[in-house]
Design a protein around this ligand. Structure first.
Ligand SMILES: [Zn+2]
Length: 1162
C-alpha cells in the first residue's frame, strides 16, 4: 500500500478518535469488534501497529470525560481495549502517556454498584496493571483500596465481578511497591481469610477462578520479604497446605494446586545448608601457596534471606535470553582468523620429541620391538589379537549378543588363553604389591582409619586397597563369605592374609568374565593411585567390574504431579514435624562414623575413588537428605555423585534427596534415572550398573547458597534431586551414582589389559606419561598406529608420515560418559577388526584418555585440585597449576612446529542438559552469520571441511545427531581446548564431542537411556567416521582405498538398515525438551503459570457479550444480580445486521478493511 494513501483501517481509527457522532462511533466500534472477533491474534497485532491502542484510549477519554458518559459507547470500547491492550507490549506506556489511568479509575468509582459497567472497568484496569509501571501508578492512585471494596466482605453475589476485581488486584500486586503497600495495610491476612472462605464454601468447585485469583494475589504479594514474614505469622503455610489436601485428587483443581505449591515453596523459610562450611571437605595445598587452608570467604551464613532475586519484568524483555546468547559470539574477525604466537619459549618444545617415539622408529627397533614383546609374554605364542573383533554395534541386538558372548567367553581356543594369561600375570603382581601391605593390620581397622583424613601413613600401606563390603560383617552373604573369608579378616599374630587371596577365592566362587577388566589388575593399579584422603578401600562395583545388562532401558516416563507431591512432602516437615527424625547418619567431616550404632537406618559410605557423599541425614524413617562434597579447593561444582549404601530392607521404598545441586534444570526432569550396582546381583552373575529409581524430579529447594558458594551472587538457591529406590535385596551393598562410574584405576588397569591383548606384530602401541598431576598421579599418553608393513624404506616412510589424530577425554571429572566413549575408541583401535587395521595404517593416534585424573580420583565434578576448570585454561595454562593442559598443549605445539599438526582433534565430554551425541566445532563464517555481522564474509576464506566428520557420524553412529551440532565460536569458550587448538594450532577439524548422560531422542535409540554399550559403540563409530573422512577427503593409497571400500560396503549395509528405520523420524530438532505433562517449575518465582495468557479474559468478555444478547446471567438470576437483562440487551453489543447495511461516511470501507487485514504481514 502506498505511503501517502492512509489505509482504510487508519481512517477508521482516526475517525474514531475525532468523531462526536454517536452513530459513527458505534458503527466503527462494531466493525472493529467484528474484525477482531474472528481470525487470529495477527489481526489485533496489525491493528496495534496502526495505532489501534492509542485510538481506543483516546476514544475512551472522549467518551468518559463528558458529564453524562454514554455507556452504550463505553462498554464496547472497554471490551475492545481489554482485548487489544493485553496484546500490546507497549500498552502501559501508551496508557500513561494519554493519562487514561485516572479517567478509568474514576469511571470505576462511579460504577461500584453497577456491576455490568464495573466489570468492564475492572477488565481494563487489569490489563493496565500487566505493565508494572502503569500498575504502580494505579496503586499510588488508590486502585487497591477500590478493589478491596469490591471483593470484601466475602459474598457469592456478583461472583463475576468479584473475580474480575481479584484478577485485577493480582495483576497490581506484581509491582513490588504495590505489594509493600498492600502488606502494610494488612491486606495479606484479609486475602488469606477470603481464600479460606471461598475454599470452604465452594464444595462444588464452581468458583475455581475466584480461588485461583486469590492465590495469585498471595503469590505476588509474597514476592517481598516482609510479606513472606506476614504470611508465615498468619499461619499461611498451614492454611494453604491444609486446603490443598482437599484438592489433591481432582484434576480440574490443578491450577490451584500449582499456585499453592509455588507459594509454599517460596515462603518456606530459607536456610543455609546443614554444613559447618561450604568449602570442600578436602583441601589440597597448591604449589607456590603457603597454607593449605581454603581462602576465608568471610562469614558463611551470609545467605540472602531476602530472596527478591526476581527483577520486576515488563513484557518487553522477552528476547533478552536470545540476545545474551548472541552477545557471546566472537565477532572480531581478527581474533577469529589470526593465529597468536607461542605461549612459551620455542626451545621448550624440544622436550616433546620424546613423546613421539614413532617419528624416530628404525629397523632395529622393529626387530627388537617384536623380540621384546615376545619375551615379555609369559606363554609364547599365546598372544591374542587374532580373534575377530567387529565394531561393537549396540544396535544389532541379536548379532551383538553372540558377539559379546564370543568376546567374554572367547571359547576354549585362543581367546580363553588370551584372556587368562594376562590375568594370571596380574594375580601375581597383585599379590606382590598387595600382600605386605596387609601385614599386621586388621582389615576392619583399616576402614576406621580411613576416617582420619589427610593422615598420610607409611606409603606402603597406602598401596593396600581393601574391598569395602568385604570388610563389614559378612552378614549380607554369609554363605559365600563366612565360611571362606571370615578367617581372612581376623587379625592374627602371624599376619593377615593378603587381599588378593580373598579376591582369588571370590573369583573362584563366582564366575565373572567381563572383557577388558580384571579384579586383580584393578586392585593392583588402585594400590598406586594417590588420593587426597588416601583412600585404601575399593568400591566393589569398580573392583568387580561392570557389564552392560542384556537389555535396553527406556527413559522414565514422568509421573504426573510428581514434583508437587514431593514438594508437599517437603513442606510437611515444617507443618507436621511429628515423624521427622533429622539424624545425621553419615558425615565425612566428623571422623567417627555416627551411623555405625544407629539401628533402623541405612548405612552410607563414600571414602573410595570417585566417591563424594559428604553427609547423610535421615529425615524420616525412609527418607534421607544427602549432601555431596563440592570440588576440592572450591565452594561449588557438584553434580556428580557416587556412594555406597547398605543395611537396607527389601521391598521398601527409600526416598533420597540430594539437596545441594546447583544447575537450574536437569535431565532428571526428562526421563533420566541414576544408576545402581548391587553387590548381591553382581555375585549372582549380573555385574551391571543399571538405571534405577522412580518418582524422580529436580527442583529448586529452600536452601540458599552463600555468596561465596554462588560466585559472589547473593541469594541463589540450591536444587534438590529426589528419587526413590526399592532395593532388589535386603542387607545388600549397593552403589548409587549420577552416571556409570569409570575411575582412574579403572583406566590404568584397562590400559594394562589393552597392551597385553593387542597384537604386537600389527599394533604399534606405546604408553607414556604426559606428566605427573598435582596429586602425583601419572597422566597417561598413548600412541597407537600400525606397525610398518615391512622394513623397506617406503613402508617406514609411510609409517612416519601418517597424519596425526589427537583424542582426549575426561578433562571434566564428572563426565564419566566421556571415559566410556574413550574406552570404546581405544578398544576398537587396538582390535583386530579389519577396519581398525586400516585405520592404524592411515593415522597415528595420540590419546590422552584422562586429562584430569586427580579430579576423577577425588570425586570432583568439574575442576582439578587447583580448583580450576581445566577446560578454561587453554589460552595460558600454568605449568605449575595445570600441568596436563600445559603439556598436551606443548605436544600439540611441537607437532605443529614440525609440520605435523593433527588432522583431527577431538575432546570427549558429557552434556548434562541435552540428549544424543553431537560435536561442537569452529567456523568463522557460521559465527559471523549467526551474530548477524555485517562484515563481508566473502573476504574470509574458510574450508568447510569441518562439517564432513559430523555429517559422516550422523550416518554411521546411531546415537549421533547432526542437527544438535554447532560450529560457533563463543567468547566464553575462547579458552577451551576446541577453540585454542583450532586457532593456535590451526586444526580445522577441532571438536568437542558432547555425549548425553540421559539418552536419545532420535534414531535407533529413540526413547532409550544411554548405556555403556551405546557409549562404547559411539567411541568405535567415531573411529569408523575417521576412516570414511580419510577416504572422502584426503589423498590416500589405492590399495588402502580398495580395502576400505570393500570393508565399508559391509558397514554400509548396516548403516542403510539403520537409516531406513530412522528415516521416519525427522532429523530436525527444534526444541531440546518436549513439554512434559507437568509444568516443570524449578523456579518458585517464575511466571510459568498461565497468568500471562489472557485467553481466560477473552472468554469472559465473549461470554458476557453473548449473554447480553437477551439471556440472564446465571448467578444473577439465583443470587440477586442487579443488572437487569434489559440493560444487558440495551444496545451495547454490536448489531451485526446493522453494521453492514448502515451507511458510513467512509463508503465501501468495511470490505477494504477486511482485505487489508488479510494481506497484513504475518
Ligand atoms: Zn565437559
Amino acid at each position: 500500500m502506498a505511503e501517502q494513501e492512509a489505509s482504510g483501517l487508519q481512517l477508521l481509527l482516526s475517525t474514531l478518535q475525532s468523531s462526536q457522532d454517536k452513530d459513527v462511533i458505534l458503527n466503527i466500534l462494531s466493525i472493529l469488534t467484528d474484525l477482531l472477533s474472528i481470525g487470529t491474534d495477527r489481526r489485533i497485532h496489525y491493528m496495534i501497529s496502526k495505532g489501534g491502542s492509542e485510538a481506543l484510549l483516546q476514544a475512551l477519554m472522549n467518551a468518559a470525560q463528558t458529564a453524562q458518559p454514554d455507556y452504550s459507547i463505553l462498554l464496547p470500547l472497554l471490551r475492545l481495549l481489554a482485548k487489544v491492550g493485553q496484546r500490546d507490549r507497549k500498552f502501559g506506556q501508551k496508557v500513561q502517556k494519554l493519562e487514561a489511568i485516572d479517567v478509568t479509575l474514576s469511571l470505576t468509582r462511579k460504577n461500584l454498584t453497577h456491576h455490568l459497567n464495573l466489570i468492564h472497568c475492572l477488565w481494563v484496569l487489569r490489563v493496565y496493571a500487566s505493565s508494572v509501571s502503569a500498575g504502580t501508578t494505579l496503586g499510588i492512585n488508590g486502585a487497591m483500596e477500590l478493589l478491596f471494596k469490591v471483593i470484601t466482605p466475602y459474598s457469592k453475589k456478583h461472583a463475576r465481578t468479584v473475580r474480575a476485581a481479584i484478577e485485577a488486584l493480582a495483576a497490581l500486586l506484581k509491582s513490588k511497591s504495590n505489594s509493600r503497600r498492600a502488606d502494610n495495610r494488612g491486606y495479606l491476612c484479609e486475602l488469606l481469610r477470603l481464600y479460606q472462605d471461598w475454599h470452604r464454601c465452594d464444595a462444588s468447585n464452581r468458583y475455581i477462578h475466584v480461588r485461583r485469583g486469590l492465590l495469585l494475589c498471595l503469590k505476588h504479594i509474597t514476592n517481598i520479604q516482609s510479606a513472606r514474614e506476614t504470611f508465615l505469622n498468619a499461619r499461611g503455610m498451614e492454611i494453604l497446605f491444609t486446603t490443598a489436601q482437599d484438592c489433591l485428587d481432582s484434576k480440574p483443581l490443578d491450577p490451584l494446586l500449582t499456585t499453592v505449591t509455588q507459594i509454599l515453596r517460596k515462603c518456606y523459610p530459607k536456610r543455609p545448608l546443614p554444613l559447618a562450611t561450604v568449602h570442600s571437605s578436602y583441601s589440597f595445598s597448591l604449589p607456590g601457596t603457603v597454607s593449605s587452608e581454603p581462602p576465608c570467604a568471610g562469614p558463611e551464613d551470609d545467605y540472602e534471606e531476602d530472596g527478591e532475586e526476581e527483577v520486576e519484568k515488563d513484557l518487553d524483555n522477552e528476547d533478552q535470553e536470545h540476545k545474551e546468547e548472541d552477545d557471546d559470539l566472537e565477532t572480531d574477525v581478527n581474533k577469529l582468523s589470526s593465529k597468536p604466537g607461542l605461549d612459551r619459549p620455542e626451545e621448550d618444545l624440544e622436550q616433546y620429541e620424546a613423546m613421539c617415539p614413532e617419528l624416530s622408529f628404525t629397523f632395529q627397533e622393529l626387530e627388537t620391538e617384536s623380540e621384546d614383546e615376545k619375551d615379555s609374554a609369559d606363554v609364547p605364542g599365546s598372544l591374542p589379537g587374532t580373534h575377530p573383533r567387529v565394531i561393537p554395534n549396540a544396535a544389532l541386538t541379536e548379532q551383538q549378543h553372540c558377539r559379546y558372548r564370543d568376546q567374554s567367553s572367547m571359547g576354549a581356543e585362543t581367546g580363553e588363553r588370551a584372556f587368562k594369561t594376562p590375568l594370571q600375570n596380574w594375580a601375581k603382581k597383585g599379590k606382590h604389591i598387595g600382600a605386605p601391605a596387609f601385614e599386621g593390620q586388621a582389615m576392619g581397622e583399616s576402614v576406621r582409619d580411613v576416617g582420619a583424613l589427610g593422615e598420610r601413613e607409611d606409603p606402603c600401606k597406602s598401596q593396600a586397597p581393601t574391598l569395602h563390603p568385604l570388610l563389614k560383617e559378612a552378614s549380607w552373604d554369609t554363605r559365600i563369605f563366612h565360611t571362606h573369608c571370615t578367617s581372612c579378616f581376623i587379625p592374627s599374630p602371624a599376619g593377615a592374609v593378603g587381599a588378593s587371596d580373598i579376591v582369588t577365592k571370590l573369583l573362584e566362587r563366582h564366575q565373572r568374565d567381563i572383557p577388558f577388566h580384571s579384579p586383580h589388575c584393578y586392585m593392583a593399579r588402585a594400590g598406586s593411585t594417590k588420593s587426597i584422603p588416601d583412600y585404601r578401600v575399593l568400591a566393589f562395583s569398580d573392583f568387580w567390574g561392570h557389564q552392560p545388562p542384556p537389555y535396553y532401558q527406556s527413559m522414565l516416563e514422568r509421573k504426573y504431579g510428581v514434583q508437587r507431591a514431593k514438594v508437599f512432602e517437603d513442606v510437611r516437615r515444617l507443618i507436621q514435624p511429628g515423624d521427622v527424625i533429622d539424624r545425621v547418619v553419615f558425615d565425612l567431616d566428623r571422623h567417627s562414623p555416627s551411623s555405625a550404632d544407629a539401628l533402623d537406618c541405612l548405612r552410607f559410605f563414600s571414602q573410595f575413588e570417585s566417591g563424594n557423599l559428604r553427609k547423610a541425614i535421615q529425615v524420616r524413617k525412609l527418607e534421607y537428605d544427602l549432601i555431596m562434597n563440592v570440588d576440592v579447593n572450591s565452594v561449588q561444582h557438584h553434580q556428580w555423585f557416587y556412594f555406597e549404601v547398605s543395611a537396607m530392607k527389601p521391598a521398601v521404598p527409600y526416598r533420597f534427596n540430594i539437596i545441594n545441586c546447583e544447575k537450574v534444570n536437569s535431565q532428571f526432569n526428562y526421563g533420566m534415572q541414576p544408576v545402581m550396582y548391587s553387590v548381591k546381583e553382581a555375585l549372582q552373575g549380573k555385574p551391571h550398573w543399571i538405571r534405577v529409581g522412580y518418582d524422580i524430579c529436580y527442583y529448586k529447594n529452600h536452601y540458599r547458597r552463600s555468596a561465596a558458594a554462588a560466585g559472589g551472587v547473593r541469594g541463589k538457591s540450591y536444587y534438590t534431586l529426589t528419587f526413590t529406590i526399592t532395593f532388589p535385596h535386603g542387607e545388600d551393598f549397593c552403589y548409587l551414582a549420577y552416571h556409570y562410574p569409570y575411575t582412574y584405576s579403572a583406566l590404568m588397569s584397562h590400559l594394562e589389559i589393552l597392551e597385553e591383548t593387542r597384537s604386537p606384530e600389527k599394533v604399534y602401541y606405546r604408553q607414556q606419561t604426559l606428566c605427573q598431576t598435582l596429586g602425583g598421579n601419572p597422566c597417561p599418553l598413548l600412541t597407537v598406529t600400525a606397525m610398518p608393513e615391512s622394513k623397506s624404506r617406503d613402508d617406514l616412510e609411510q609409517f612416519c608420515n601418517r597424519p596425526y589424530v589427537v583424542l582426549m577425554a575426561r578433562v571434566h571429572p564428572g563426565e564419566s560418559n566421556a571415559s566410556w566413549v574413550m574406552k570404546g575408541t581405544m578398544e576398537f583401535l587396538v582390535s583386530s577388526d579389519p577396519i581398525a587395521e586400516l585405520l592404524r595404517k592411515c593415522f597415528i593416534f595420540k590419546i590422552i584418555p584422562m586429562l584430569n585424573p586427580d579430579g576423577v580420583i577425588n570425586g570432583n565434578h568439574r575442576c582439578s585440585l587447583s580448583g580450576d576448570d581445566l577446560n578454561r585454561q587453554w589460552l595460558a595454562p600454568s605449568s605449575q597449576l595445570h600441568p596436563t593442559i600445559y603439556h598436551i598443549k606443548g605436544l600439540l605445539y611441537y607437532l605443529c612446529n614440525i609440520g605435523r599438526a593433527p588432522l583431527v582433534f577431538c575432546d570427549y565430554h558429557g552434556h548434562s542438559q541435552k540428549k544424543n551425541v553431537f560435536l561442537y566445532g569452529c567456523s568463522i563464517k557460521e559465527t559471523l552469520w549467526q551474530a548477524g555481522c555485517t562484515v563481508n564474509t566473502a573476504v574470509v576464506t574458510e574450508d568447510v571441511g569441518y562439517r564432513t566428520l559430523p555429517k559422516i557420524l550422523d550416518k554411521v553412529a546411531p546415537a549421533f545427531v547432526m542437527s544438535s551440532c554447532s560450529f560457533l565460536v563463543e567468547k566464553s569458550r575462547e579458552s577451551t581446548a576446541r577453540v585454542v587448538v583450532w586457532r593456535e594450532i590451526g586444526v580445522l577439524r577441532s571438536y568437542t564431542m558432547e555425549n548425553t548422560y540421559c539418552g536419545c531422542s532420535h534414531g535407533l535409540y529413540k526413547g532409550l537411556q544411554i548405556g555403556t554399550r551405546e557409549l562404547e559403540e559411539m567411541g568405535s563409530k567415531f573411529c569408523l567416521g575417521l576412516l570414511i573422512l580419510q577416504l572422502k577427503s584426503l589423498p590416500c593409497s589405492k590399495t588402502l582405498m580398495a580395502q576400505a571400500a570393500s570393508l565399508l560396503d559391509l558397514e554400509e549395509e548396516i548403516t542403510d538398515r539403520w537409516a531406513q528405520r530412522s528415516s521416519s523420524t525427522s532429523s530436525l530438532e527444534t526444541d531440546d525438551e518436549p513439554p512434559c505433562g507437568e509444568d516443570v517449575d524449578y523456579n518458585t518465582d517464575s511466571c510459568s503459570d498461565q497468568e500471562g495468557d489472557f485467553s481466560e479474559l477473552d472468554k469472559e468478555i465473549q461470554e458476557i457479550s453473548l449473554r447480553a444478547e437477551g439471556e440472564t446471567e446465571e448467578e444473577g438470576a439465583s443470587e440477586g444480580q442487579t443488572c437487569s437483562s434489559s440493560v444487558l440487551g440495551g444496545g451495547y453489543i454490536s448489531n451485526h445486521q446493522a453494521t453492514n447495511s448502515k451507511a458510513l461516511p467512509l463508503p465501501s470501507m468495511p470490505l477494504g478493511v477486511f482485505a487489508e487485514f488479510e494481506s497484513s504481514p504475518a
